[in-house]
Every structure is written in C-alpha cells, then in structure tokens.
Design a protein around this ligand. Structure first.
Ligand code: ZN
Length: 280
C-alpha cells in the first residue's frame, strides 16, 4: 500500500525500535532520548550500555574543544579478502552506517582547560576492529603527543584485530605498543580507558599499556572469549570472569570508574601526573 500512502500523503508511523532500546541486563525498556540524557546508563539498574563515539567525546572533553585529526584516512583491501562478503563491501557499509571512515576517531581537545590528545574507538564500525588504519591513526596520535608533549587518553571498545587484513592487522599490535613505549621513555602520561567490550589484539596491545588503566563497571575485557577458554582448559570459569571487577581484584587493571565520574577522574589523574612532571 506504499503507493496509496504516497498518494494520500499519509506518513508511516516511526519504527518503535528507533525510539527505544531494551537494557541487555535487566530488560527495562528505555527511551533513546532519555538514554542520551543519562549518559547511556540504564535508569533502573545503572548498567553501562555502549556509548556512541561522539557522545563519548562530548563526555570526556571541554565543550566544543575537540578537533578531529586524520579523519580522511581510509582502509585499503591489501589481501582482496572475501569471506561471506568481500571486505571492500563490508568497509563501504560500515562507512555508510557510522558516517566515519574508520573504527577510531582521534583528535586534540581540552579537559579542564588543559590540552590533551584523545582517541575513541567506535564499536559500531566493524566491531571496533583494529586494521592498519586504526593502528596508524593511534600511532600518529601517540607520536603527536610526543611531539607536542601533551598527555594521551584512549577509549577502547573492540573485538580485536581485523581478520580481513590478516598479518597487516596483527602488526598494528606491535606498532601501537612501540609508540606507547616511546611515550613512557619521554614521561608523557597515557591513560587507557577500557569499555565494554575490549578484547583480542586491542586488549593485548596498547589498551593494557596505560600508565593508568581504567575500566567501566562490568565491562568485558580479555583476550579470547570465555567459551574458547572453557573449551581449551576444560574447566568451568568462575562467575564474573573477564569482567572489570574481577580484573581489578586480580591486578590486571588499576581502577573501575563509573561513567559519571570518568571525566573528573581522568582530569585528576592527568593533573597528578603532570604537576610534578618536567617533561610537560
Ligand atoms: Zn538495566
């Protein structure tokens, strides 16, 4: 009946799934408008839902201070890779759906009036996977921090390396990690924020190398998924395994911080690391 609607000028009612989202933890139906206002926290159970990348940038920076860098870098398809769909098609789709060329957005910004470099990964872009462009953009961010002597904050949300780029994606683990080592040697502060989920090659490289590693509550953080580990070691895993609180207890991360306190906490850490730092 589409032609009749067009003819009579009747508009289709909006798709309800565009207006609300179900909390994956408690099942509460949440209006998207309310979610945006509430930092993507569930009003009923305080679950930290995934936060869109630009909302995350707004959360962590001073108003209108973020200036994006390297936004035009696009991935190539060096292996002409095809699985159930060609990699080039998957990339095209991701660009259309996310309105961004890659799975990380990098830029310069201010926090509490002080300059910093910020990289935020976008899980909506091919599961936040780290291909050669994500690795290159992050490495450039670290090198820029070295050049201008600004602290760096990275927010990770990733399923790991981008398998469609094979060895080119795995190499990004070493490339980003060596850039962090250069930052360490120059005493430039690097704060890593791990959000749900941070797994695979991202958790196994730069995301775990911060001077301070902060996780959001109940975020999934690990290398291989729990099912793979259970099958490999043939043992049942303890409750909460690979969640932030479990990792904090076992010394894998430094802090678990509620999203509402994240900006203030990072500001405080950077102040502590900078105030007596002759490198800055
Ligand atoms: Zn909930």
């Amino acid at each position: 009946m589409g032609w009749l609607d067009r003819f009579t000028g009747v508009k289709k009612p909006p798709d309800p799934s565009d207006l609300w989202k179900k909390c994956p933890k408690c099942g509460e139906v949440l209006l998207k408008k309310d979610l945006e206002r509430n930092f993507f926290l569930c009003a009923k159970c305080d679950n930290h839902l995934r936060m869109p990348v630009w909302d995350r940038i707004a959360l962590l920076t001073d108003d209108n201070s973020f200036v994006e860098i390297d936004q035009d870098m696009e991935s190539a398809d060096p292996l002409s890779f095809v699985d159930s769909a060609p990699y080039s098609e998957r990339l095209q789709k991701a660009v259309q759906n996310t309105d961004s060329f890659e799975a990380v957005i990098c830029g310069e910004a201010h926090l509490d009036g002080k300059p910093l470099l910020l990289g935020v990964m976008n899980f909506d872009f091919m599961g936040g996977s780290m291909g050669s462009v994500v690795g290159e953009k992050l490495t450039r961010l670290f090198e820029r921090a070295l050049q201008f002597r600004f602290p760096v904050v990275c927010v990770s949300a990733s399923g790991g390396a981008r398998m469609q780029e094979g060895i080119f994606s795995l190499m990004q683990m070493a490339k980003t990690s060596q850039a962090v080592v250069l930052l360490n040697k120059a005493a430039i502060p690097f704060v890593s924020v791990l959000t749900d989920p941070t797994t695979g090659g991202v958790s196994a490289s730069f995301a775990s190398l911060g001077d301070v590693n902060i996780a959001e509550p109940e975020a999934l953080i690990g290398f291989a998924g729990p099912r793979v580990i259970e099958q490999t070691i043939r043992q049942k895993l303890p409750g909460g395994f690979q969640r932030s609180e479990f990792l904090l207890q076992h010394g894998m991360i430094d802090m678990v911080v509620h999203r509402r306190q994240l900006k203030a906490t990072i500001g405080h850490i950077l102040q502590l690391l900078s105030s007596s730092n002759p490198a800055l």
